[in-house]
Write a protein that binds this ligand. Structure first.
Ligand SMILES: Nc1nc2c(ncn2[C@@H]2O[C@H](COP(=O)(O)OP(=O)(O)O)[C@@H](O)[C@H]2O)c(=O)[nH]1
Ligand SMILES: [Mg+2]
Length: 302
């Protein structure tokens, strides 16, 4: 097994640069930015590109996948963001939970925006919004939920760049094609968290590495989940450093999980790759229970 992993700096191919230019153009006519991040890792799943592109626009931060996140942790994040002056709304984009709170938050932003316009003598009645976020964060699901609930598709608007579709949400027209942003990648651990969350294909890293990272993390934060799902009783939690470092401690866990879940090759040898994929998918599908991958106290202030 290869132990050495490289931080994939060129995470997104060249089309990201073009996407960024297009997005900068589209953002010009936008009044409100709806930024989606993953509630389980609300630092690593935000994109620094947005700060660059939408500096002075009012913004609402929507935290998706609350159904998979640790509720206590999400509540703390919401408070942390509130303290920074950012309105964060936890949602389950799949079920629509949190959508009403989102619309209330949107309404507040819109009200302030329209008032400012009015103060300058501009009688605006509608604002324009755009949903943005890194790949796989839930943008399409969120927009579809919104579109499916008491909002009307407004159809093509002549005169607007190309023939963009907008959906009407109360007093806001939201672009129904969400903006895709490159994730932040300050360090390898953020990459591993993104891979673990499903934001990037785990193939970017070795699956063993993502799994080892997950197991080490779970051994510290959620040892009971490992016991419940795999009968794995962690004697000593392992702090993540590098795959090579943690492998001696984590390999026996692969062994244990492989046996308990029947991930065996001919001759009774553990199929480590199958174990790795299984653990990652168990995490992503919520079978390890609610798991948050980032906690406010572990993150340096943004
Ligand atoms: N459990 C859960 N899954 C979600 C949520 N939001 C999105 N998903 C799932 O995440 C995957 C990616 O969502 P998608 O909307 O395509 O992401 P996009 O790339 O940002 O447009 C899909 O399988 C969705 O069903 C959520 O709040 N909870
Ligand atoms: Mg999408």
């Amino acid at each position: 097994m290869e132990g050495d992993s490289r931080l994939p700096i060129q995470w997104f191919p060249g089309h990201m640069a073009k996407a960024k230019r297009l997005m900068a153009e589209e953002l010009r006519g936008i009044d409100v930015v709806v930024e989606l991040a993953d509630a389980r890792l609300p630092v690593s799943s935000r994109s620094p590109v947005l700060d660059e592109l939408a500096q002075n626009k009012p913004r609402i931060l929507v935290l998706t996948r609350v159904d998979l996140a640790d509720r206590t942790c999400t509540e703390r994040w919401v408070q942390v963001f509130r303290d920074e002056g950012v309105t964060a709304i936890p949602v389950n984009a799949k079920s629509g939970q949190g959508l009403r709170a989102f619309r209330r938050a949107l309404d507040e932003v819109v009200e302030a925006k329209l008032n400012r316009a009015r103060a300058r003598g501009i009688e605006k009645v509608i604002t324009r919004g755009m949903v943005c976020g890194i790949p796989n964060v839930g943008k399409s699901t969120f927009v579809n939920q919104l579109a499916g609930r008491a909002v009307a598709k407004t159809g093509d608007r002549p005169g607007v760049t190309r023939s963009l579709q907008w959906i009407r949400v109360d007093r806001t027209e939201l672009l129904d094609t969400p903006g895709v942003l490159a994730p932040k990648l300050a360090n390898e651990e953020q990459g591993l968290k993104l891979a673990a969350s499903g934001a990037v294909k785990e193939e970017i890293f070795e699956v063993y590495e993502v799994c080892a990272f997950v197991l080490a993390y779970m051994s510290q934060r959620y040892p009971d989940a490992l016991a419940d799902r795999y009968g794995l009783r962690v004697e000593e939690p392992v702090a993540w450093t590098t795959l090579q470092d943690v492998w001696p401690a984590v390999q026996p866990w692969f062994e244990r999980i492989g046996r308990s879940r029947g991930a065996l090759l001919a001759g009774g040898v553990i199929d480590e790759e199958r174990v790795a994929r299984m653990v990652i998918h168990d995490l992503q599908d919520g079978r390890l229970g609610p798991v948050s991958l980032e906690w406010p106290e572990d993150e340096s202030p943004s």
